[in-house]
Write a protein that binds this ligand. Sequence first.
Ligand SMILES: [Zn+2]
Ligand SMILES: [Zn+2]
Ligand SMILES: [Zn+2]
Length: 145
Amino acid sequence: MENLVESLKEQLKEKGYKLTTQRRIILDVILENQGKHLSPEEIYEKVRGKFPEIGLATVYRTLQLFEELNIIYKLNFNDGCSRYELNTNNGDHQHHHLICLNCGKVIEVQLDLLEALEEEIEKSREFKIVDHNLKFFGYCKDCKK
Ligand SMILES: [Zn+2]
Ligand SMILES: [Zn+2]
Ligand SMILES: [Zn+2]
């Protein structure tokens, strides 16, 4: 965890940015909520609990900056808002998301399982695959009944 903060600090410095208190708190909230796919508004609510003076615009701007630096990436689960997730893949492909159409729960699948398909595409289309963004829609264990 501290390593990640250190590497973020370095990345920010390289681009001429500082890890200000506000940025640090926003990062902390994202770190504390890994796997939760928070929307900017949800992040704002949590950040405000630690830093009441912060404005929503600052949170939006910071998220945009983190996205540009590839620290987080934006997800869209077709529920009308964008969500953010920490970019923990060091060159690995993104994990998949299962989205429940009934309760809206998002479940992560950490296994890639697409190697055969990727190989086939790379061969037949002469296309180099570097990542993918896969969503499965359906019903979770609780809603399936
Ligand atoms: Zn995820
Ligand atoms: Zn893959
Ligand atoms: Zn469900």
